[in-house]
Design a protein around this ligand. Sequence first.
Ligand code: ADP
Ligand code: MG
Length: 627
Amino acid sequence: MSTTETVEKHEFQAEVARLLNMMVRSVYSETEIFLRELISNASDACDRLRYDALTDPSLTEGDSAFRIAITADAAARTLTIADNGIGMNRDDLIANLGTIARSGTAAFMEKLSGDSKKDVSLIGQFGVGFYAAFMVADKVEVTSRKAGDAQAWKWTSDGQGSYTIEPAARDGRGTTIVLHVREDESEYLDVHRLRHIVTTYSDHIAFPIHLSEVKDGAVTEEESVNKGSALWTRPKAEVTDEQYTAFYRHAGHAFDAPALTLHYRAEGAIEYTALLFVPEERPLDLFDPARKPRVKLYVKRVFITDDTDDLIPGYLRFLRGVVDSEDLPLNVSREMLQNNPVVARMRKAVTGRVVSALEAKAKDDADGFDKIWSSFGPVIKEGIYEDGERRGALLKIARFRSTHGDGWTTLGDYLARMKEGQDAIYYVSAPDIDAARRSPHLEGFTSRGVEVLLLTDPVDDFWLSMVPEHEGKAFRSVTRGGADLSKLDGKDESAEKPADDARMVTLIAALKHALGDQVKDVRTTDRLTGSAVCLVADDGDMDLNLQRLLKQHNQLGFEAQRILEINPGHPLIAALAERADQPGALDALGDPALLLLDQARILEGELPADPAAFARRLADLMAKGLA
Ligand code: ADP
Ligand code: MG
């Protein structure tokens, strides 16, 4: 076979091509992060082989000391990063260096705007891993031999849409990446600069990193540039913030800084070390159903897996970092982690520690905690629903928007601001904050100075169904059930609500007649001040927003009828009541009744039941008014 026949050419997956194109054009100021990414991959490769060698020691026979070597050759303008990790075969090269398999890729691609400034900050959130090499190199060659294989393969690309793969030779297993450094990036051929980058970003790497250069055709002696011990095993007092941040970025594939760092060693019934981080920024795939917790599980310093559903509850899936167990057997298989009692106990302990750390943060640094809450509140609230044991603690730290100002509020703050005679925590649940603030149901509450929580996360409707009350005060939706606000006016509680006058009773009867089974009931309310009408759910029925939510997801089996409430103090309702008392009222009030109902629907953010009929009725009425 001639060489040309053995060289295969492949196109990059469209997403990769777009990403590469952007990297090459990009004005990303921190090009140096490419080295961190490549060292991080080399370290992962060593970790993975060490794990596989637990069950098949022959894989590392003769070469069991893992290492990463960086060599700069200024004359040849190449920078080489080599490891003796797990390596890649032909198929691995195609799958790993030709596509992006990471979750969140779709969301990332959708958000790309073509505006390079914005996109660069997005790259920051997503992380581009291996492809970062093309920020500094105009050609990259990857020669790799998978542990256990005799054949090596070479992957080559200039980052311009395609790459080639061909058989190659390599001494021993592992991966060698040769970067042909671009003219304007010569700093990456300078050993001093490289040493600085490695100590800044990769000191925590658990494998020794050696640095050398080619001078006058000969390789200089290698120097070891990092400590080579895992960061989490070092005493807290010896780790700087910069080192924590660098480790967080490595372990979390992240570019931001941790908003909260939790580092501790648990001793006693279960022994483990945890180094966990809450990120600053919300990752793009936080609500992706495929998104899983990505904390890395180690056993006695050996990496086991980062598929850690069993270790970290879903509502803490934004956590990054490492849990290193002393109790699990080293040969634990990933499958054995499921239903493992040691893992279950660690999960409980880790969850407890994280929730306590969040509580402490909320207490000591309210602004910092608000930021965490803005990014991850909707996820943490899933814990109120799922984690009965920590419900109380989570409710205490939970932050809400409310009619009291624009900032966050806690339930504690709300309780302290409650009006005399108020016996419930009122809330409105809506698809977004504007809709919540616009809700007509708030009128009677705000006019009486009663605060209402504005809930806008889909999860709110679910945890509320599990939590009837907090500190003895019931949660009550302002869009469900009757609103007896007279109590809050300081009136005698035993006093009967004044009965509707006769004309109002007639109007209600006429409206019910016209609307038939489109509504469950029609009644007057003191919930409204400025609006004429609104819709509410009946006491035992599902709240309006939850119905809407389930309907969107085709999960609503049965749509409960709603109640139309009318505001007796509104001039329109008063005028209609007047009309209801005169002959021919049933006929005359037919169209207005339907218009009122459609108006209430619009206030709920819905369409009129029949938009064409609605427009016709409205036009008729306006024409009459103008005639
Ligand atoms: P990530 O590290 O987030 O998975 P990268 O783009 O950095 O994404 O790398 C893509 C994949 O390529 C890795 O998941 C790994 O499977 C493979 N890979 C990259 N570098 C190496 C290496 N030095 N040794 C073995 N596999 C590697
Ligand atoms: Mg990587």
